[in-house]
Ligand binder design. Structure first.
Ligand SMILES: *Cc1c(COP(=O)(O)O)cnc(C)c1O
Length: 392
């Protein structure tokens, strides 16, 4: 049996041709593949606007900028996420505030969030809600809370393209569709569902935010004369027209652009996204069936509709023992995540062990088993056998 990682990208011949074709075209960056990818991705998640960017972290940073996060502001997120979900607030001078997770869903616990919001004199202006492992957050419930307190919502949907939940009106709400969140973000790092090498996407239904994001992605520059602030005569034009070379940098933006060949790869991968999700759900269902009556399993991702299964999580006793046992058999599970508040950077800001007991207990027992569309049935059986063998 060859080594089995927890996640693995797949690059098809079609992916390779798509990239090569773009490499031989006129545009390596700022060309037509970007908009094509944005339109296709917007259609996939069911939102109006999409902005392609360099990576998921850049997407989070631009969202925080577009929402005017700054000093004196606090933003809530989960301690069980990749640190970028929290860092984007710090990039803008804001303070990240954590709230504990729900022990069953592993998602941020809405009652903990509510407690924070009802607490004394905080400066909370928004929430970064993470569809952790691919399980969609109930954004309808969080929107209600956000509206009550005047907050915005960024949905960190890096784990959940193709995921959905069903709201109270019995409507399917796709992750990133912008129905309840102001902005949503995705990553195209190879461990995620859609691999572009590096890459990210922001989705929204808010046209004003969309326009701001497009400018911030490219240095805060606009070439649209309707938006110009300087008078045309003052910069070398005449009283009728701005000169042809003219553009304005109006805000402090960044170069967070995606290249056209990455967009071509993302676009090609996107065409397989739905079938890949189906395969992920099949794998999840087999894990669930195999483990549901095992006493060593203290919790698991389960078998549910709408879950995008970026990860399949189990909680076990003697997690380190199982981790080492699987590695001895060339199975390479992972841990998602070391709680963000226990990272030395956040500890220096005052967070402590014991602050979030549910998240910390989850971390002490969690393991991410191999989960990727090309995992074979034989490989999965081997993983399940070796896991059971350890506890036998
Ligand atoms: C991967 C990931 C990010 C960051 O995406 P990059 O493309 O690696 O910058 C942010 N949030 C979560 C939850 C992620 O899994």
């Amino acid at each position: 049996m060859k080594a089995i990682p927890y996640g693995r990208q797949e690059i098809s011949d079609e992916d390779v041709s798509a990239v090569v074709k773009t490499l031989r075209s006129d545009y390596l960056t700022q060309g037509p593949k970007i908009e094509e990818f944005e339109r296709a991705f917007a259609k996939y998640v069911g939102c109006q606007y999409a902005v392609a960017v360099a990576n998921g972290t850049a997407a989070l940073h631009l969202c925080a900028l577009a929402l005017d996060v700054g000093p004196g502001q606090e933003v809530i997120t989960s301690p069980i996420t990749f640190s970028a979900s929290a860092n984007c607030i710090a990039y803008c001078g804001g303070r990240t505030v954590f709230a504990d997770i729900d022990p069953e869903s592993y998602l941020i616990d809405i009652s903990q969030v509510e407690e924070l919001l009802n607490g004394p004199n905080h400066g909370i202006t928004g929430m970064v809600l993470v569809d952790f492992a691919g399980r969609p957050v109930d954004l309808e419930a969080f929107r209600y809370l956000a509206d009550k307190h005047g907050l915005w919502i960024i949905e960190d949907s890096c784990h959940a393209p193709g995921g959905f939940f069903v709201d109270k009106s019995d409507q399917q709400q796709n992750c990133g569709n912008g129905r309840y969140a102001d902005l949503a973000i995705f990553s195209f790092h190879p461990v995620k569902h859609i691999a572009a090498g590096e890459g990210g996407m922001i989705t929204t239904n808010d046209v004003a935010l969309y326009e701001r994001l497009k400018m911030l992605r490219t240095h805060g520059i606009t070439k649209n004369s309707d938006q110009f602030k300087n008078a045309s005569q003052s910069i070398g034009g005449d009283d009728q027209n701005y000169p042809g070379w003219y553009m304005e940098m109006q805000s402090l933006g960044y170069n967070y652009r995606l290249t056209d060949f990455q967009a071509a790869l993302g676009l090609s991968q996107l065409s397989r996204a739905s079938t890949n999700i189906d395969r992920r759900r099949e794998i999840a269902s087999v894990y669930w069936e195999s483990f549901q009556n095992e006493p060593f399993i203290l919790g698991q991702s389960g078998d549910m509709d709408g879950h995008a299964y970026h990860l399949y999580l189990i909680e076990v006793e003697n997690r380190l023992g199982l981790y080492n046992h699987l590695r001895e058999h060339k199975i390479y599970p992972q841990i998602h995540y070391i709680p963000v508040h226990l990272m030395p950077y956040y500890k220096d800001l005052g967070w402590r062990q014991g602050d979030f007991p549910v998240a910390e207990r989850y971390y002490s027992r969690c393991l991410s088993l191999p989960m990727f569309p090309s995992l074979t049935d034989d490989e999965q059986s081997y993983v399940i056998d070796k896991t059971k063998q350890f506890y036998a």
